[in-house]
Design a protein around this ligand. Sequence first.
Ligand SMILES: Cc1cc2nc3c(=O)[nH]c(=O)nc-3n(C[C@H](O)[C@H](O)[C@H](O)COP(=O)(O)O)c2cc1C
Length: 180
Amino acid sequence: MKFIDLVKKRVSVRKYLNRPIPRQALLDCVEAARLAPSACNAQPWRFIIIDDKETIKEITSKICHGVYSFNSFIAESAALVIALSDREGFLRKAAGVLKGTDYYLIDIGIACEHIALQAEELEIGSCWIGWFDERRLKKALNIPSKIKADVILALGYYDPQLTNPKPRKSPQETVSFYNR
Ligand SMILES: Cc1cc2nc3c(=O)[nH]c(=O)nc-3n(C[C@H](O)[C@H](O)[C@H](O)COP(=O)(O)O)c2cc1C
């Protein structure tokens, strides 16, 4: 598949088939993240994969309560990839401190989209999840306080006929050439 077709095929998937994802496929997805670029090559990430149905449900009930409950659909996903980042360690290394740019978030973003695209190539749907109770997630997984858990990728096989591409801004609204 051409890269642009893979990009077009990926949409957020929020309804999953009841079919487990082979662990090798999950590792292939994270391998794509491992190879992602990062500022100063700091690679500030670590990924925890949860692929046990009961554990996914248990964690979802903890982190998608109240105002977060519209993300409860992740309880039916086949795997959750929790993206952890060592923000402190990275900031010590990077020029980001001076520039006021949170490079670690850019790095995590690139790595996670690599996961989503690799998943799509394997016919596995994904949805980025940024809205969840991070404090409770860290408590449940025993994650040290200095480590951030900003995003989760919910993964699962899906029926492509049930997906709806979201609208995008037009090319004209998105890009222009700079003319002196
Ligand atoms: C950083 C980030 C956080 C997101 N958080 C959520 C979320 O908490 N719940 C959700 O259903 N979708 C979430 N999304 C998915 C976006 O809503 C989705 O990518 C956007 O609407 C475009 O749709 P598409 O992915 O189908 O092209 C998130 C996406 C990104 C990049």
